[in-house]
Design a protein around this ligand. Structure first.
Ligand SMILES: NC(=O)c1ccc[n+]([C@@H]2O[C@H](COP(=O)([O-])OP(=O)(O)OC[C@H]3O[C@@H](n4cnc5c(N)ncnc54)[C@H](O)[C@@H]3O)[C@@H](O)[C@H]2O)c1
Length: 332
């Protein structure tokens, strides 16, 4: 049985708490949050204790921590928890600074403790099936990847202000998807973007809400990542890989599978609303994989180095957006 401490009882912390508590081989022992009431509500729901973050990290009776605090605390908490001998599952991104993330990777590696990153989409059944089909050579050699990732609505302006920008906060999942499906790192990234959803995202937060990043690999393969903070019809999560012998596609999950075919046309339900609806089974599968890592010594399926790699692509995209020029990964 894995005894777990959860750090951060916000939006995603609540999702993880449910997965930890429901798993037959893990127990949610303690929850911390900077806001006491948040920790209390979540801890009460799962019969866990409310404790300070530092106490959880220092307690030898806690085997593993799940870090679901704001991004600017992740690197410090990963370092402290691994130094205290814990296995760690940390939400994305590692940090907003690539330099800080790289230092964190070195420090965590030196402890020898496993760190897994919360790239939940790698545990989604459809994307796993896509990866298996690629591995089996079903479409020959992959040549071009297209990732579409549109949120239903933008987050609050204050969140955007502290998010590190769309590429580090949002597209990072898609850059990791490119790594999951194509492997390795692109050689260069060329990105552009606009604030079309809400001008305040540019004016008050200095960010974009609509963006395209083109990743070019050394062997000529291409990946296009398209992001928007608004899709009037729900959460749009699609992936397409074109290969020498065919095409593989993953489409959206829908609220229902009902399709109406009448003289007027063919219509169906909208995609599920957002990440909580779309990826709930993936968060549970992610936790199950982590339990295998922490209890059985299974290989880490998506590690801190993957978190740093996705952040490096995000950094290159952010610089490209600012300059209008392609940025080589070797230069970030
Ligand atoms: N993988 C995903 O699908 C996904 C989805 C949402 C958010 N995230 C990531 O998860 C992280 C949290 O996002 P969120 O949307 O849940 O934010 P949130 O603001 O809802 O929750 C964060 C919580 O952490 C608390 N907190 C702050 N400092 C703390 C500390 N030192 N110790 C304990 N608690 C502390 C805050 O009070 C807050 O309740 C972010 O890094 C975000 O990028 C990932």
């Amino acid at each position: 049985m894995l005894t777990v401490g959860l750090l951060g009882a916000g939006r995603i912390g609540a999702v993880h708490a449910a997965a930890i508590a429901a798993h037959p081989r893990s127990r949610l022992a303690a929850v911390s949050d900077a806001v006491a009431a948040s920790a209390e509500t979540l801890a009460a729901r799962h019969g866990a204790a409310v404790r300070a973050t530092e106490d959880i990290v220092a307690d030898p009776a806690i085997d593993a921590v799940l870090i679901a605090t704001p991004t600017d605390t992740h690197a410090d908490l990963i370092e402290a928890a691994t130094a205290a001998g814990k296995a760690v599952l940390c939400e994305k991104p590692v940090d907003l600074s690539l330099e800080r993330a790289r230092a964190c990777l070195r420090a965590a590696d030196a402890t020898g403790r496993p760190v897994m990153m919360g790239f939940n989409r790698r545990f989604d059944a459809s994307f796993r099936a896509l990866r298996a089909a690629l591995d089996a050579g079903e479409i020959g050699t992959p040549e071009m990847l297209a990732v579409t990732s549109f949120d239903p609505a933008p987050p609050p302006l204050d969140y955007v202000r502290h998010s590190g920008g769309l590429f580090r906060d949002m597209a990072i999942h898609d850059f990791d998807m490119a790594r999951f499906l194509l492997g390795g790192m692109p050689e260069s990234v060329w990105a552009t973007g606009s604030a079309l959803v809400d001008p305040a995202i540019a004016e008050a937060a200095g960010d974009v809400d609509t963006a395209v990043a083109t990743l070019r690999y050394a062997d000529g393969r291409l990946a296009v990542v398209r992001n928007s903070r608004r899709a009037a019809y729900g959460y749009d999560q699609r992936v397409e890989v074109l290969g020498s012998a065919g095409l593989l596609e993953v489409g959206n999950m829908r609220e229902t599978t009902l399709r109406r075919s009448t003289e007027a046309g063919v219509t169906g339900a909208k995609p599920t609303y957002f990440f909580l609806e779309r990826y709930m089974p993936a968060y549970r599968a992610e936790w199950d994989a982590f339990v295998g890592v922490a209890l059985d010594g299974a290989p880490v399926p998506v590690g801190l180095e993957d978190g740093v790699a996705a952040l490096a692509v995000a950094e290159a995209a952010t610089r490209s957006l600012a300059t209008g020029l392609p940025v080589r990964l070797a230069d970030v």
